[in-house]
Ligand binder design. Structure first.
Ligand SMILES: C[S@@+](CC[C@H](N)C(=O)[O-])C[C@H]1O[C@@H](n2cnc3c(N)ncnc32)[C@H](O)[C@@H]1O
Length: 165
């Protein structure tokens, strides 16, 4: 029995939605929830992000954090594993470099400020190991909502944790 074009399209859309949910989970990363704009602005202010610094959002979703960071900084980069969110981020955050891929496979050694909203526990532990082995001492790491074990906490305001590598 041949499937009609509408049925094929429906199957493809359902398959894509399922894949987009499970892709980040395969690496242990968070699914998609955007950081509230209030928290992003507060985080960037606490991290004291400057114009000439290099900023990363690890798992940038649809690019909301990148957009806010572009107001303060010229070199803004995001890494996103899920293709549809990556595309939206690329279209929204013009001026940022938005990389499609697994954050664990990207070089972030030139970072001055790193933002992340992932999960407490295994994923944050893994990211912390990557950060410790790659970035320069003094790099600021901002985590929204979840603490990162084993990193030096220098500031904390409600749900924003700021560390120094
Ligand atoms: C909670 S959302 C945060 C989005 C954005 N950073 C924000 O704060 O608004 C986490 C994002 O990380 C992405 N992600 C999860 N694991 C990843 C990985 N290994 N590499 C790149 N992105 C990943 C998810 O697809 C999701 O879009």
């Amino acid at each position: 029995m041949a499937l009609g074009p509408l049925m094929v399209l429906t199957i493809l859309v359902i398959a894509y939605v399922i894949a987009s949910i499970f892709l980040p989970l395969l690496t242990g990363g968070a699914g998609y929830t955007p950081t509230p704009r209030r928290a992003v602005d507060e985080a960037l202010a606490i991290a004291d992000l400057k114009k000439d610094e290099v900023f990363y959002d690890l798992g940038c979703g649809a690019g909301g954090v990148l957009l806010r960071a572009l107001r303060r900084c010229d070199d803004v980069r995001g890494i996103e594993i899920e293709p549809l969110r990556w595309l939206v981020a690329r279209l929204r955050a013009r001026g940022a470099r938005v990389i499609l891929g697994d954050l664990f496979k990207q070089d972030i050694s030139d970072a001055d400020v790193i933002f992340m909203f992932q999960y407490r526990g295994r994923i944050n532990d893994r990211i912390a190991r990557k950060i410790r082995s790659e970035v320069r001492p003094g790099t600021r790491v901002v985590s929204y909502l979840h603490a990162i074990e084993g990193m030096r906490l220098v500031r904390k305001r409600s749900d924003i944790f700021v560390y120094e590598a």
